[in-house]
Ligand binder design. Structure first.
Ligand code: NAP
Length: 283
């Protein structure tokens, strides 16, 4: 598909990140937009945390902007800068997608969790009734934890470098899903008794590239492993799984699964799905 040239009629979608060089959205989403004949161009924006408020104010005024994506480290900070939130954004407490409406009104949602679950399902792995070990308690891990609970896992153990964050996430999920056995467990965690082990930390790349919060020797035959990290493709968890011949789902599955939901939310692809219905933001 040939790229659609940028003209005065082109609309824009910004992706806010810091750092920005690892953002993969233009390579993945732009060809999808081009293939659908959508004259929308993706612009990665390098925005430091102390500039986020002013940038978001400016984006309200950018009239040919359809919306913007939000990634590390802005997903929680952006929440208080918006006018409306979907139920998923409220539940998770962070936003990864913002629609700009005419007049500059900003509506935020979070499709990280539903994307992760859809990615696992797309690889043929069901979640209902399974025992899951989740590594991480940051913004993405929160979204994944609530989505796993919503998908009907039977047991959820959460391990995080900062133990207090794992405890707080476990409490939040337990409060929302009272029937679920959800526990904060220490690192380095053990995978014994878990059907699925998920790395949702940032520990697979950058300065923390080699760090693994589960003892790889406890991964047992039949364990499904999954990672949220897109770059590198082979993370420490997926490398350990590969050495043991275990099935694994890379971070790209989650990213690809989010595209349909993102286009619908941006009103670029048919009606908005029910879980993306917005509720007014009460502050
Ligand atoms: N595939 C996709 O579609 C997709 C979508 C969204 C995000 N992601 C990826 O998800 C990852 C996490 O993003 P995030 O927004 O959740 O970041 P975040 O909110 O900053 O959370 C970072 C998480 O990683 C842990 N961590 C960071 N450095 C570590 C280290 N050196 N050792 C141990 N743990 C460490 C943190 O533990 P502490 O609490 O102890 O700091 C925390 O649990 C990133 O790699 C991002 O690219 C992928």
């Amino acid at each position: 598909v040939s790229p659609i040239p940028v003209t005065g009629r082109t609309r824009f979608y910004a992706q806010l990140a810091d750092p920005v060089a690892s953002v993969k959205l233009p390579e993945i989403l732009q060809p999808v937009l081009d293939a659908r004949g959508l004259d929308v161009a993706i612009v990665p924006m390098h925005v430091a945390p102390d500039g986020l408020g002013e940038v978001v104010t400016a984006l309200r005024l950018w009239q040919n902007l359809v919306g913007f994506g939000v990634t590390m480290p802005h997903k929680e900070a952006v929440l208080g800068l918006l006018d409306e939130l979907t139920e998923s954004a409220r539940m998770v407490g962070s936003v990864n997608l913002v629609r700009r409406e005419p007049g500059g009104r900003l509506v935020g949602t979070n499709v990280d969790g539903s994307g992760f679950v859809a990615g696992l399902h797309g690889h043929g792995h069901s979640l209902r009734g399974r025992s899951v070990l989740l590594l991480g308690a940051g913004g993405t891990a929160r979204a994944v934890a609530f989505a796993l609970a919503g998908a009907g896992v039977a047991r959820l153990d959460i391990a995080n470098r900062t133990a207090a964050r794992a405890r707080s996430l476990a409490q939040a999920v337990a409060a929302r899903f009272p029937g679920l056995a959800v526990t904060a467990v220490p690192v380095v965690a053990t995978a014994v008794g878990h059907d699925i082990v998920i790395n949702a930390t940032a520990a697979g790349h950058g300065a923390a590239r080699g760090i693994l919060l589960v003892d790889p020797d406890t991964l047992h035959p039949g364990t499904v492993t999954a990672d949220v990290t897109v770059e590198p493709v082979v993370t420490p968890l997926l490398a350990a799984a590969s050495r043991r011949g275990l099935p694994s789902v890379p971070g790209a599955a989650m990213l690809h699964a989010q595209l349909g939901a993102a286009l619908a939310f941006m009103r670029l692809d048919g009606p908005t799905s029910p879980d993306l219905v917005v509720t007014p933001l009460c502050q």
